[in-house]
Ligand binder design. Sequence first.
Ligand code: ZN
Length: 321
Amino acid sequence: MIIDGHNDLVLARWRGEEPRHVDLAAAADADFAGGFFALYVPSTDTGLPGAPPYDVALPRPVPYDEAAPVAEELFETLCALPVRRAASADDFAAGEVTAIVHMEGAEPIAPDLSNLERWHERGLRSIGLVWSRPNAFAEGVPFRFPASPDTGPGLTDAGRALVTACNELGILIDLSHLNERGFWDVAEVSRAPLVATHSNAHALCPSTRNLTDAQLDAIGASHGIVGVNFAVSFLREDGEYLPEETGIDEIVRHVDYIAQRIGIDHVGLGSDFDGAGVPHELDGVKGLPKLVDALRERYDDEALAKITHENWLRVLRATWH
Ligand code: ZN
């Protein structure tokens, strides 16, 4: 059974696009049991990373009034998918697809948090404080390569209050896309295991979207998890976007590094399917068995179960209540 840290199927469906990666009809054969389904209110002024080195400017903030109605549409889109929505870790089952309702960027949450409980009641179980832009709570990393994730200011007072409120409600806080100061602020305030749903090792690929060794160590020490991102640009040492030439071995390289650095209990998968270009060799959900086969060459059954789903379930159980 595979539980995955991030996909953007909802965005593709909301845009009326045919998803490239998340083929729900192929899920059962691929042993894909779902995972985090992002509600992401897109920026319209995002620059695209070119050939490295690159430095993409942060998009303008998306105000709450603009984000909230889009998030409603995204949530309706998710609810229309033929998937179960997770209320507890026990909802995951082999042969079924279960969606964790995840907000990627907290713009649809009112800065006074007045609608947070309502979202939780409707099934929201995970919030990434930011996408790669500033908002009322924190600031995301701009896409830069090669560069440190220490790119700007940390959490605002509203951001700290949001972390505390999420702890109280049992909503998971996702650190992917957050800048390094924000990361350390969450580490200080939060009582939950630290989670980066879709990020890689900065030591292997020095993108702002990846985690430094110190960040990895903090995640391990908190009994948290890193979901390894399949995005070619966040895997390769040279930062090039070459999906044809990039193999599954690059994903395995990051799994190995994180497992060696912080332990096998703290690494999982975080595909970024339908949100990023992944190795063509993998080509979406239907290619997942190829990745599992590659991991099986290096890990025994017990370790493989941790990477594919048990670590995610442990962190969900520790975080949700
Ligand atoms: Zn993302």
